[in-house]
Design a protein around this ligand. Structure first.
Ligand SMILES: Cc1cc2nc3c(=O)[nH]c(=O)nc-3n(C[C@H](O)[C@H](O)[C@H](O)COP(=O)(O)OP(=O)(O)OC[C@H]3O[C@@H](n4cnc5c(N)ncnc54)[C@H](O)[C@@H]3O)c2cc1C
Length: 463
């Protein structure tokens, strides 16, 4: 009998409820449909219950209960996972979204962040002290899933991946016990958490090193699609040669149909570089040179507080859209790859569809290859092709475009992809992502979760 078949019906939940302070939401409850929804509307799963945990005790109770009853379990941080790994059919969703506190210690320049916090909550709390933790580029993303997969964003070149700034984590393990792990305590677990995803336990709080980053100079510089080949070839050589404070990701996009973009550009397909300078210079030469390239249609670079910049795309990408993506790591961007980009980039099927190539050199590349499970420290870029549209009728079209684009550019990649930019693409892709580190991860999984209780993730099978 499978774990799903063994689910004892709603009556079994009555046994769990007295151990909880959080809300247990079941089918039939008014909040059920909103509680089961995840960011990607392509994912439509019906859990047996969603538990909105209040505290660590709730998480422990949920793990023990689910384990005893043989219930499948999904863990949800921000619910942003493209593949929908924050939910599960017929099982228990352990939803951490109410555990979202962030406590900053300005004296030690550290931030303690609960497992269900969003990047927006983290940026807000740290900015008050003139500090920042490197995260992703959309503020509604969960710190939990993003960190456990690696964490790429505007500050990666200067400050490293999010995992490179993780100092310790509190974790509820598969047997319901609780540990605090760091480089000194349970070091194998700490190693595995920094990129191995939700495979090893439920992180109830993370402690990060903060950086003295307050305001940034940032914004897109956009060009006509005809400039794409020249822009890509120039950017490929220019970007990696710049100081680490400067990051610029290449993008194909459509100009959003609203302010601050001028009416005449609304919905026009363009290419561009989205720049972010997070250094001390008020008018850095590297950014001046970057903005001087070619004949832009629009130069939106301006000074702004980091949290403003880190939430600048939120309005374009609210929850509830159809979402499909494909990704790769790149060490090189040969002319043949650029030709494939030019062909497929111009064919974006909907205005929210996009293609980004993020720089992950600089500080991220300076970390030793075996210091974390992140197996691509020698990559220069992480590429993601993303099809997005509010209309479910367009789901096949955005998926087809992504897959065709990926088929054309994948041969020029390093083989694996950023685990947080993957759909359900099978074990082979998971193994390609971790490369030589997979075996070590599988051994650590066997020690901390031998029965693969945490299996709703990009799964590492116990060795
Ligand atoms: C709009 C959008 C923008 C994005 N931008 C970026 C970006 O700029 N940079 C980047 O690196 N990534 C980015 N991502 C990818 C993102 O990192 C992943 O989707 C990630 O899985 C989201 O984490 P979450 O907590 O919101 O997801 P969830 O769906 O809640 O969880 C995802 C996975 O992580 C596990 N998990 C989550 N929290 C915990 C926890 N506390 N303990 C244990 N396991 C946990 C879950 O079990 C699940 O397997 C973006 C995604 C979206 C949709």
């Amino acid at each position: 009998m499978s774990v799903t078949e063994s689910w004892p019906s709603a009556s079994g939940l009555a046994d769990l409820a007295p151990s909880l302070r959080g809300d247990l939401i079941e089918p039939g409850d008014r909040a059920y449909d909103s509680a089961r929804a995840v960011y990607n509307a392509m994912i439509d799963r019906r859990p047996a219950a969603v538990l909105r945990c209040c505290d660590v005790a709730d998480v422990i109770a949920a793990v023990r209960f689910a384990r005893e009853r043989g219930l499948p379990c999904a863990v949800r941080g921000g619910g942003h996972n493209g593949a929908g790994l924050g939910t599960v059919d017929g099982g228990l969703v352990i939803d951490l979204s109410r555990m979202s506190a962030v406590i900053v210690d300005p004296a030690t320049r550290t931030a303690r962040v609960e497992g269900g916090a969003t990047l927006g909550a983290l940026d807000h709390a740290t900015h008050a002290f003139g500090l920042a933790v490197p995260g992703g580029i959309i503020s509604t993303t969960g710190v939990g899933g993003l960190t456990l997969g690696g964490g790429i964003g505007h500050l990666t070149r200067g400050c490293g991946l999010t995992i490179d700034n993780l100092l310790s984590a509190d974790v509820v393990l598969a047997d319901g016990t609780f540990v605090t792990t760091s480089a000194e305590r349970e070091p194998d677990l700490f190693w595995a958490l920094r990129g191995g995803g939700g495979n090893f336990g439920i992180v109830t709080s993370f402690t990060f090193r903060c950086h003295a980053i307050d305001n940034v100079l940032a914004g897109p510089v956009l060009y006509d699609l005809d400039a794409a080949a020249d822009l890509l070839a120039w950017w490929r050589d220019f970007g990696p040669a710049q100081p680490e404070e400067l990051s610029g990701f290449f993008a194909y996009l459509s100009v959003p149909p609203g302010p601050p973009f001028p009416d005449e550009l609304h919905l026009r397909k363009v290419c561009g570089v989205v720049w972010c300078y997070a250094g001390r210079d008020a008018d850095p030469a590297c950014l001046r040179e970057a903005r001087a390239f070619g004949a832009p249609l629009l130069d939106g670079v301006a000074p702004m507080p980091f949290p403003v910049w880190n939430s600048a795309f939120d309005g374009v990408y609210p929850p509830g859209d159809q979402w499909y993506w494909r990704a790769d790591f790149l060490r090189e961007l040969p002319d043949a790859a650029i030709a494939a980009h030019v062909e497929h980039g111009a064919a974006m099927p909907t205005w929210k569809s996009s293609m980004h190539v993020y720089p992950i050199d600089g500080a991220a590349a300076a970390v030793a290859p075996d210091a974390t499970p992140w197996a691509y420290r020698d990559a220069k870029w992480a590429q993601v092709i993303v099809g997005v549209d509010p209309d479910p009728a367009n789901a096949p079209a955005i998926k087809r475009w992504c897959v065709d684009y990926w088929d054309a550019t994948h041969p020029h990649s390093m083989g694996g992809a950023y685990v947080n930019f993957m759909m359900d693409e099978g074990q082979e892709r998971v193994q390609a992502t971790y490369g030589a580190h997979y075996e070590r991860l599988a051994k650590i999984k066997a020690r901390y979760d031998p029965d693969n209780f945490f299996c709703v993730n990009q799964n590492i099978r116990p060795a």
